[in-house]
Structure formats: C-alpha cells, structure tokens
Design a protein around this ligand. Structure first.
Ligand code: HEC
Ligand code: HEC
Length: 303
C-alpha cells in the first residue's frame, strides 16, 4: 500500500512538476514572460542581454544636456557634489584617485546598464533603448574613448574596451572557509583577531579617542607594550592586578579618567588591591608607550 502511494506521488510530481506547488499550497502564480522580461534587464560585458538598437554621440549630446548636465556637469565634471562622469585618467594610484566611468569602470555594459536602470536620478527607467545607447556613446565621448561621429549599437558594443578593464580580477576566494558542521564544531572563542584595519592605520580612529589620549601615530605601540610589560599581571589578574577581562572592575577605574590611569601606570601607586609598579616595573619604557598600553587596555576592556 505504502509503495503504491509513493509511486503515484512520484508520477504526479513528474508529470505536473511546475504546477504541483501552486495547486498544493494555493499560493503564487507562474511568472509570465512579460514579468520576467521586466526583471531580466542585466547586460553582460560581451553585450549579451542588450536590446536591438543604436544611438549616436550627437544625439547623446542633446539628451545629455537636457537630462543629465544639471547634475553631472556639461563636460561630466559633476556639478557641486554630484558624481563626476569623465576624466580622472591615471589617478587611481594617487592619494585621491578620481574614479569615473573612464578612469575606473571595467565595462561599457556597466555604463549602459546603470543609465538604463537608474538615470536620470529622479526619473529612473524613463529612457528608451536608443536614448540609452546615445547617452552611453556620449559619456564614452566625454571620456575621450570614442570619436565625435561614433554610433553605438548592439552590433558594435564589444569594440569599445574601457582602459581599466585589465585591472579587475576574478575573486576566486570562497565566500567562507568554514566547514559545515552540526557537532564538534570549532569553538568560535578559539579564533583570535590578530589584525584589523584600525591597527593597520587604514581606518582613522584618532578622532574617536577621548581627549588627551595618546594619538595612534604608532598603531601597534600600545598592544606591543601591553604584551611585553603588562599582560603578565593584567591578563589574568595576578598579584591584585585587575584583569582586563573584568569589565565591572575596570569601568569604575576608567571613570576616573585617562589622566589618572596614565599617571598611575607611569608613576605607579599603592592601591587597595595591591601595588601597581611604575611602568609595570619596566623603567626603560617611554611614558608614551605606557600610555599607549593603557589605551590598549581600555580597548580590551571595551571589547
Ligand atoms: C538629479 C541629479 C541627476 C541627474 C539629472 C542625473 N544623474 Fe546620474 N547620478 C546622480 C547620482 C546622485 C548618482 C549616484 C547614485 C548613487 O551612487 O547611488 C548618479 C550616478 C550616475 C552614474 C554612475 C557614476 C559613478 O561613477 O558611479 C552615471 C553613469 C550616471 N549617473 C549617468 C547619468 C546620465 C546619463 C544622466 C542623464 C540621463 C544622469 N545621470 C542624470 C544624479 C543625477
Ligand atoms: C607586577 C604586576 C603588574 C604589572 C606588570 C603591571 N601592573 Fe598595572 N596594576 C597592578 C596592580 C596590582 C594594580 C591595582 C592596584 C590597585 O588599584 O590596588 C594595577 C592597576 C593598573 C591600572 C589601574 C589604575 C587605576 O587607577 O585604577 C592601570 C591603568 C595599569 N595597572 C596599567 C598598567 C600598565 C600600562 C602596565 C604595563 C606597562 C601594567 N599596569 C603592568 C599590577 C601590575
């Protein structure tokens, strides 16, 4: 009996696979061709997905001045703080690279798609396909990548290569290196963050530090000093030293203000829990290093 039911179920699924779900749960309908076409608007770098059509630089110029220049500037230079669309060639390795369609973008398809999908900013998807071709051609012209007489179409789309295309690379990394697991999984606590953008100096944080704190011109100074001269007592809390894992105890100490903590760390003091030796007993340390170590301790406590 059981076998029979199973067999009939398989038959139903095989014969009527797409509609089974809809009829079984009575929700949803199959997407129509028109609905799919409405979403399926992406263009591949080789032009796959492009509609048939064309547009000239000359037509693009008229459209651009009417619909785009008010924000992006007559020459693509950007009005006020609206995005710059042209120029910036060879600036990518400078301190302040100017990333534009011409200097930075990888493919013309990205430009066609962006304009088609999102521009003009206040009337997205209001342009017809030939207008998008013409505007794409004109933005390429503003970047000196095509001639004044150029006409862009679905047929010659692949002939224009953007200068920076070669600098883009496929990212072969997997999304995650973790192995799926349901038991005996790795303890997340066992993973220690050993570097971050703040310590590398990539993300500026000086402005977030409390007033009067040692500035992070040597980002690793505090951590290194702490490991070398302070962790011995303050990691676990040896000899009365407050452990940096003890938030409750530290929040009271931090409330005294960094000035007091710096003073006590540099000059040492006798407290109610024990003796904090000056510079942790390491007289050769510079005051700056000891203060940076205190900053690091406060960071550890706040983690
Ligand atoms: C009202 C102002 C405005 C108008 C008009 C406008 N844009 Fe934009 N455009 C923007 C803004 C804002 C962005 C950035 C949007 C974002 O980053 O989310 C942008 C981004 C772009 C970009 C991507 C730039 C980059 O490097 O990221 C292109 C290309 C572009 N617009 C083309 C056009 C074209 C072509 C027109 C005319 C059909 C147009 N825009 C009209 C405001 C405007
Ligand atoms: C030999 C153990 C020892 C070493 C090494 C040590 N400390 Fe301490 N530290 C203590 C003790 C004990 C206290 C608690 C004193 C008290 O308040 O009773 C303390 C307290 C502190 C406080 C809190 C001060 C306050 O006012 O609450 C700071 C900040 C501090 N240490 C920084 C450092 C730094 C920075 C280093 C390394 C340069 C360091 N300590 C090395 C033992 C040590």
């Amino acid at each position: 009996m059981f076998k029979l039911i199973k067999l009939s179920l398989i038959l139903t699924l095989a014969i009527a696979a797409p509609s089974v779900v809809a009829s079984q749960y009575a929700i949803g309908t199959n997407a129509s061709k028109a609905e799919i076409a409405g979403w399926d608007i992406d263009i591949r770098p080789d032009g796959q997905g492009l509609p048939v059509g064309s547009g000239s630089v000359a037509d693009g110029e008229i459209l651009y001045e009417e619909k785009c220049a008010s924000c992006h500037g007559v020459f693509g230079e950007g009005e006020g703080r609206w995005p710059v669309l042209a120029g910036g060639m060879d600036t990518l390795t400078e301190d302040r690279p100017e990333k534009t369609v011409g200097s930075y973008w990888p493919y013309v398809s990205t430009l066609w798609d962006y304009i088609h999908r999102a521009m003009p900013f206040l009337q997205p998807q209001s342009l017809d396909d030939d207008e998008v071709y013409a505007l794409t051609a004109y933005v390429l012209y503003l970047n000196e990548l095509v001639e004044e007489e150029f006409v862009l179409s679905d047929n010659n789309f692949a002939v224009v290569a953007l200068p920076n295309q070669g600098a883009f690379q496929d990212d072969p990394r997997p999304d995650t290196n973790n192995v799926r697991c349901m038991k005996n999984c790795r303890d997340p606590e066992s993973v220690k963050v050993i570097q971050d953008s703040t310590a590398l100096g990539v993300t500026p944080v000086d402005h977030l530090k409390p007033e009067g704190s040692v500035q992070a011109d040597e980002p690793l100074l505090g951590e290194e000093t702490y490991i070398a001269a302070c962790g011995l007592c303050h990691d676990a809390g040896i000899a009365g030293a407050p452990s940096v894992t003890d938030k409750a105890v530290w929040s009271k100490r931090i409330e005294q203000g960094l000035g007091v903590l710096y003073d006590h760390a540099v000059n040492g003091y006798q407290g109610t829990d024990g003796v904090m030796p000056a510079k942790g007993g390491n007289a050769s340390l510079e005051d700056k290093a000891v203060k940076a170590a205190v900053d690091h301790m406060v960071d550890l406590v706040n983690q």
